[in-house]
Design a protein around this ligand. Structure first.
Ligand code: OKP
Ligand code: ZN
Length: 328
């Protein structure tokens, strides 16, 4: 299987994240990178398809904000990473403000996602990496792996959050759909892919199904509930403590649903944060479970792009990714 990666994805170096009333070391740190690269073997660098494929899923003003946010932050006299601290609540009137702090809040939904000097480049090349994988399966490959980092599935059309800035899986899916394919996205990250759901909520040719921790107990709380399912959206929340035996029926349900959708291509938002050792999650998957999980997915017999999202148990991360790819 061809694997794609761009070294500029190293340039996002978050210094911390804020939750539970305090700053913590970032779970999404650069140590994840070599853990995965060492386990997957040689990778190819993506071509640069430019901004147009990103503009299919993100607003122009949002991308321009992301590109310039760190510079604005520095111009305001700040050191360290840019963080939001004030947010416009849903239903608040739209205001056109220029102050960097207002913009950070306008374009985000949490305090886990700092913007540093290399964040834009890393997020841009993460999306290009996903596009290179999409091109591989569009060209006839049965499966490809895009090692995207930072993750993307929490980023919406006009917001960042959850370590996500540009939604690489969504960019790849809409790129595949632009040439007439029906595309299903299967999100198996521990956390609901709220950004992807929001981006495609009004689409008929792109379907989104997610298996994740119940948002009644877990981040991102405000999305991912079962009753958001409709038409092209299916949410399958599971309780904390779920292991492979509890996960499999939800996966079978998700795959049946994708078959009924009659997709031409599949994008998998893959994460290893469902693993029992993950420091921020509460499922109980074991390394050896990821191979049968992937085999089930591969049995759909669709051209499949695997996009890397989360996974923070660094010691197990390489083995988990390799076990998953092994199933293809
Ligand atoms: C990103 B992805 C820790 C708070 C964590 C952010 C989680 C982002 C997950 N207790 N907040 O879906 O893996
Ligand atoms: Zn996650």
């Amino acid at each position: 299987m061809r694997c794609f990666w761009d070294d500029r994805q190293r340039d996002h170096v978050p210094t911390g994240e804020f939750f539970n009333g305090a700053m913590h070391p970032p779970a999404e740190h650069g140590g994840r990178i070599d853990a995965i690269l060492d386990a997957i073997g040689p990778t190819e660098a993506p071509a640069d398809l430019g901004m147009q494929p990103l503009l299919r899923v993100h607003g122009r003003d949002y991308l321009e904000f992301l590109r310039t946010a760190y510079g604005q932050w520095r111009d305001a006299g700040r050191d360290g990473d840019a963080f939001p601290y004030t947010f416009p609540v849903v239903g608040r009137r739209h205001l056109r403000l220029n102050r960097i702090d207002a913009l950070l809040g306008q374009y985000s939904f949490d305090t886990s996602s700092p913007i540093g000097p290399g964040t834009w480049d890393a997020a841009y090349w993460s999306a290009q990496t996903a596009l290179a994988g999409a091109e591989a399966i569009a060209g006839g490959d049965r499966a490809a792996f895009a090692f995207c980092r930072p993750p993307g599935h929490h980023a919406g059309a006009d917001y960042f959050g959850g370590y996500s800035y540009v939604n690489s899986a969504a960019v790849a899916a809409s790129h595949l759909a632009a040439s007439g394919r029906r595309v299903a996205i299967l999100d198996v990250d521990y956390h609901h892919g709220n950004g992807t759901q929001d981006i495609f909520a009004a689409r008929r040719d792109i379907a989104f199904v997610s298996i994740h921790a119940d948002p009644a107990t877990d981040y991102p709380f405000f999305w991912g509930h079962a009753d958001e399912s409709r038409g092209n959206i299916l949410n399958l929340p599971l309780p904390r403590g779920t292991d492979w035996s509890g996960y499999l029926p939800a996966l079978v349900h998700a795959l049946d649903w994708i078959e009924r959708f009659a997709a031409d291509a599949l994008v998998v938002s893959y994460s290893a944060d469902t693993h029992e050792a993950d420091p921020i999650s509460h499922f109980k998957m074991k390394t050896q479970d990821y191979t049968p999980m992937a085999r089930r997915i591969a049995s759909l017999d669709l051209p499949t792009l695997v996009v890397m999202e989360g996974g923070y148990a660094v010691d197990a991360l390489g083995a988990n990714v390799a076990a998953f790819l092994e199933g293809f």
